[in-house]
Design a protein around this ligand. Structure first.
Ligand code: SF4
Length: 209
């Protein structure tokens, strides 16, 4: 049975800041299994949103922009939560675009299969693995994110690791995390400013794909 089409919660047709050095469009994928308190896209967390876009329409827009853009970034939500992501990436690659992926590393086994299709990854590493649950609400999240990191490094895809400086994370954790990343061979690690949000994240869910 074919995978269901990508559920798209938003589309930005032009950005110069979401894929290093390239002009890109961003496809915001609907749904994320984690519930970080500082999430700025709470409307993208449920598996289905109120204002979803049809993937075919998004693809048609990307077709129109061929020659004007270099890359398409799949962001979220959590793109790898969706079984339709690999086909959506293949459709986009057929138009000649480079492919970027923003991910929190929720599904390492899926990320591993995607690696041959990717040109760049922006991966959130939020905390030391043993302290992830306090941020995401999900017990296995730390092991999954750090496994995704190891796989991405092994796969050799250009990688930027990002860490949001949530004030609840002790400074010792951040310095230990920075050392660990360096020891693992991460060359591009960005510490992101924490921006508080007024909208509480709903409870963690199991996403159907
Ligand atoms: S991993 Fe956290 S920050 Fe990223 S989309 Fe999911 S809830 Fe939001």
């Amino acid at each position: 049975m074919p995978d269901s089409p990508l559920r798209v919660g938003g589309f930005v047709p032009f950005t110069s800041i979401d894929y290093p050095g390239e002009l890109a469009a961003v496809v915001f994928c609907q749904g994320c299994p984690w519930r970080c308190g500082y999430c700025h896209n709470p409307h993208l967390l449920p598996a289905r949103g109120h204002q979803m876009l049809d993937w075919k329409d998004v693809l048609a827009q990307l077709e129109q922009r061929q020659g004007f853009l270099d890359a398409v970034v799949f962001s979220g939500g959590e793109p790898t939560a969706q079984a339709g992501l690999p086909q959506a990436i293949r459709d986009t690659k057929c138009l000649g675009y480079k492919i970027g992926l923003h991910t929190a590393g929720c599904y390492p086994e899926r990320l591993e299969k995607l690696l041959p299709l990717l040109d760049w990854i922006g991966l959130d590493i939020k905390e030391l693995p043993q302290h992830y649950e306090s941020l995401t609400g999900v017990p296995t999240s730390g092991a999954r994110a750090w496994e995704s990191l190891a796989l991405a490094l092994r796969g050799g895809v250009p990688l930027q690791v990002r860490t949001t400086l949530d004030p609840g994370i002790p400074a010792q954790h951040i310095s230990r995390l920075c050392r660990l990343l360096k020891d693992m061979g991460v060359q591009d690690h960005k510490l992101q400013e924490y921006r508080p949000t007024d909208v509480p994240a709903p409870n963690p869910i199991h996403l159907a794909t």
